[in-house]
Design a protein around this ligand. Sequence first.
Ligand code: 13P
Ligand code: SF4
Length: 304
Amino acid sequence: MLSDIQQRILTLKKEKDVCILAHSYTTPDILEIADFTGDSFGLAKQAAKSGHENIMMVGVRFMAETCKILSPEKRVYLPEPDAGCPMAEQLDLGSLERLRERYPDHTVVCYINTTAELKTLCDVCVTSSSAVQIIERINNDRILFIPDCNLGDYVSKKIPEKEFSFISGGCPIHRRLTKSDVLAAKMAHPDALLLVHPECRPDVCAEADYVGSTTGIMKFAEESDAREFIVGTENAIMQHLSLAHPDKRFYPLSKETICPNMKLNTLLSILRCLEGTDGEEIVLSDEIMEKARKCIDEMLRLGG
Ligand code: 13P
Ligand code: SF4
């Protein structure tokens, strides 16, 4: 049964014609009131085709910026203005300009976890679920992949015929997971399959039975005949899987895999944003939106 605050959110969102998109790293009570939930690629596609006048992105800032770029005519809100992704801020425009000079014949591919400003200097954008397919289809064998070198390493192993260059960026939360965590979890749960996000270190990914996006991990666990899984990504995924599949067992690769930025989002912050007393409307200049859109459109074109 929905709580009072959830009912209030549903009423207000209908009155104000707001489409609520929630990333799978948010809590189950938020997913219950969202119009769409999923990984960053799925949410970007939903944002592009939503018929609502307003969009609320319950996730982190780069996701809300992507929605705004795809729907410039709509009002896009981020309920928690402090919800950023540290990886998205790891490279600034000046550093990327210098990298482009150093790698003039490379296609610059950015992870979607980058600022709108940085995307203006990139050729194609990818998400964890679309990176392999998109980079395979790029008509250049030289790729400069920014900022996540772990995701870059994972993709480069899937496409050995291309030459990759990386920088040393990445997700501080997934990077904390180590091979020792894997050995300890496998020792404690010898029959469990290991599912990890490609933001994890290469030696962690190498031990996994499945490597994929948040949606990919959930789909794999749902469709698998196995009964036990160790989950190496934000622990919300494990929580959603445990609720959806009470007949299966899910264990965290580490209890500390919690993204504090995603966890800033609460039902209260969503309600306040709908009431107009908190939250932030995403405003980007026309120039940034126009230039950043090219690399997002390329992602949608090559990613299908
Ligand atoms: P997804 O692309 O799987 O949604 O991941 C986004 C993210 O921030 C992972 O840490
Ligand atoms: Fe960014 Fe990592 Fe949080 Fe994902 S889990 S939003 S990459 S900090």
